[in-house]
Structures are given as C-alpha cells and as structure tokens.
Design a protein around this ligand. Sequence first.
Ligand SMILES: Nc1ncnc2c1ncn2[C@@H]1O[C@H](COP(=O)(O)OP(=O)(O)OP(=O)(O)O)[C@@H](O)[C@H]1O
Ligand SMILES: [Mg+2]
Length: 494
Amino acid sequence: MTASVSVPAPVPVPWRQVLAQVSGLIRSERKLLLGAGGLILVNRGAALGPAAASKIVIDGVVGSHRPDLLAPVALGLVAAVAVEAASGFAIYRAVGIVSQRAVTRVRGELHAHVLGLPAGDFDSMSGGCLLSRLMSDPDALRDVLGPGLVQLASGALTALLAVALLLALDWTLTAAVLGILAASLAALVLGLSRVYGAFHATAEISAELTGRLVETIGGIDAVKTARAERREAYSFACTSHRLLRAFVRAFSGVGGVIALSALATGLVTATVLLLGGRAALAGRLTLGDLVLYLLLAGLLASPLLQIAAHVAELGRAGVALARIAQVRAIATEDDRDRGLASIARVTGAVAFDRLSYAYMPGRWALRDVSFEAGPGATVALVGLNGSGKTTAMRLIGGLLRPTAGRVLIDGRDLADVRLRSWRAHVAAVWQEPFLFDVTIADNIAYGRPRASRAEIRRAGLLAHCEEFVGLLPGGYDTRVGERGARLSGGQRQR
Ligand SMILES: Nc1ncnc2c1ncn2[C@@H]1O[C@H](COP(=O)(O)OP(=O)(O)OP(=O)(O)O)[C@@H](O)[C@H]1O
Ligand SMILES: [Mg+2]
C-alpha cells in the first residue's frame, strides 16, 4: 500500500535524525571548524590581555613603584589586542564559509530528497509548506552555524579559562559565583524550550501564508473573476496577524531570557563585590587580585549573555532542523524500491489484475478492476468524472502503487520493479498539461534533454504544434511563461 504521509500533520520530530544531521554537518566541515577552534583558543587567550594588564599595572607597577614596567605592559597589551583582532577576522571568515556551505548542502540534499518522494505523497503536502521547508528552514541554520556558533564556542571557552583562573585565586568565592551561574543556566534552558515552541508556531503559520500566496498568484484569473481580491486580502491579513502574534510571543520569550541573563550577570558581579571586597579588606586578596577577579567574573558570565543574545536564532534553527528532519524521515521512492529489479526491455502489454486503489483508507478510487491491453493497442477508458481514469493512468505510469491487486507489464508485476526504471519506458500527456517557463523546444525535450533539434521538430509536427509555433516570433525558441501562461489552453495541451 502506498503510504501517504502528511507533513503538516503533527509528525513526531525524529530527534535522532536531527542529531545525526548536525554531527554530519560538523564532520564534513571538521577541518575548517578545527582551524576556527584553534583560532578561537588564541583569540580568547588574547582577550584576557586587558584583565592581566590591569592586574600588573595595579599590583606590579603602582603597588611596587616600577614605572619602567609601564611601557612594556602597554606594548604587550597592544600586541594581545592585535592578535585578538587578526584571529577574530580569520574566525569570522572561516565560520561564514562553513555556515553558508552547510546551508547549501542541507538545501541541496533536502531538494533531492523531496524530488525523490513518491508522487502520491505530494498529494497530501502543500506547496507553500514544502517551499518554506526548502527555502526558509535551511536559511535559519546560517546564523546559528555562523557567528552564533563562534560566539557560543568562544564564550564557553572564555568562561572555562576564567573558571580555572578564578579557582586558582579564591575557590570559595568561585563556588558561590558558579552556583549562581548554574541556576541561571538551568532557567535559561527552560526559557529556550519555550522560545522553541513559539518559533515552531511562527514557522508553521509562515508556511501557511506562503502556500496561500502562491495559490492566489497562480490562480489570479479565478480570484479576479470571483471578485475575491478583498476576501483574499482579508484572509491574508488574518494569517499575517496570527504570524505577528506568534512572533510577539516568541520575542517575549527571547526578551525574558535576555533579562534573566542580565540579572544573573548582575548577581555575579554583586557577589564578587561583596565577598571579594571582604576578602580584600581582610587582606586575603590584593587590590590587583580584586580587580582581576571582577573582570574575570564578568568574562565567566559572558556565555550566558551570548546565549541570550542568540536565543532567537537558536530557537529558529532548532525548529528548522526539526522540520527538515521530518521531511527527511519520509522514505523516498528509491528507499522503498531498494532491492527491486530494474526493467530493461518492454514490448508494451499492459494489464490490471483485480486492482484496487484508495487515496484515503476505505475510499476507493478504483475497485477490483481487471483489463488487458496488447502492445500497440489504442485503448480508451471512458467513465464519469471521478470514476478513476486518471488514477488508472497514474498507476500505469508508475506514479502510484496499487492498494490491492497488480499492474502487469508484459506479464510482470510492477510491484517487483523499481518504479523509476519503469518510467524510462513511459511517455504521458496528462489531463492538466504542465509547461515550464523555458522555450517550447526545451519543454518538448524535457523528458529527453539530449534530443536533437530535428527530433524536437518531428515531435512538434506529430503533435500539430507547427501551425502555431510558426507564427510565434521566436518559433521553437519562444519562452512560454510560467506554466505556459503565454500559450492558449489548446496550444498548451498539444
Ligand atoms: N490526490 C488525490 N487525493 C485524494 N483523492 C483523490 C485524489 N485524486 C483523485 N482522487 C479521488 O479519486 C477518485 C478518482 O479520481 P480520478 O482523478 O482518477 O478520476 P477521473 O476518472 O480521472 O475523473 P475526470 O473525468 O474528472 O478526470 C475521485 O473520487 C477523486 O475525488
Ligand atoms: Mg481525470
């Protein structure tokens, strides 16, 4: 039975696939990422320069009356800042490349996957939904894989360096600071999960909006004839406002997370001031140590601020990864036909053997149909609207698999054959002709891109296209417009 999988329905997110996708992306870019990681290490080390210089100036220069040290310290600081700037430039460039390459790859793979899905699966998916999954979702990964990733990684690294130094300075004080940070981090993760939910809603509504827009523009004649412009505008405005409200909810969540992290940073500074001030008064810390401590505590809290600053991007990227994984979890035709044989030669005997087909369980489009058509025979299927003629053609064309019974080609059951290999022997003109916005010649040769001009003209002659193609300014090289809009209905059908 052909499984019809509806994407917009609540398909559970295959989180294992999400993880596999992320690790695949990281693995494929590991060289650049490792390089960037090394540079981040250098960059963060250099970023400790100002804190170190402050301590040296306070304790080593002012405290110990060593004016001769002042110039070398300043020079050292300039060198550290130069290293920070140069490595920062290299990091952003590397990560920019990584992120855009990842977007390109994810989108390419997703596109190939979507085109590989069985034709029957497309019946239950909306074009807008697929469009947004292909275009917007991969884009949402860019920010988080790019600068976002660098800032998170470097923030985390700075925090680790700062913890090591803080522990060496005064571990009781550090324990208190870490406690506050851990509590804030837990709250942050909770906030993030709420932001994820809100962004999920925005992605769904946005897909709905795109879908309707594509339909309205495609059916502009129908819209205008029904004088439905205002109704369409109203419905567009309603969905847009739903999107707006979903975004407001999402950004309220983001705002909350940012506020929380600012609060945590403030709490850390206050704790250090309080406990560190006492320790300095009691003579357990020098003045330089206290300043160093304050600066390091600020660096320790920085990842919190950085996660908060990127929380919107993180939320959106999480949603995008989940939505992409949902589509990738649907088996393609090749996945389903794996292990089946190809069909190389055909004489053309077509038969249905007690065949039934239902698009939806229990609603039969064809029921228990049997017939035989010999090679070269001209056969007409006649029946009422909705009696299943097109469905029968889709089954013969290898676009659908029967719910029950068999399609036989030269006596061979199509169920044992790769559908893609069978379609190499099929040519079809469908009830609703579809043309691409390319030239007439390219449309004729769409099924055989290497066809010669003579072959194209012969096909045109056989389909009685010559009479109107001759009148067009560009002949066979005339572009036909989207869906063949610049041709008449009858011209399109030929
Ligand atoms: N993609 C689909 N999803 C669900 N049901 C479908 C789908 N396509 C067709 N049907 C249903 O299956 C039945 C057969 O449709 P089919 O298109 O094969 O009829 P037809 O004989 O070609 O009709 P017509 O003469 O109008 O072209 C109809 O009841 C139709 O509503
Ligand atoms: Mg039909």
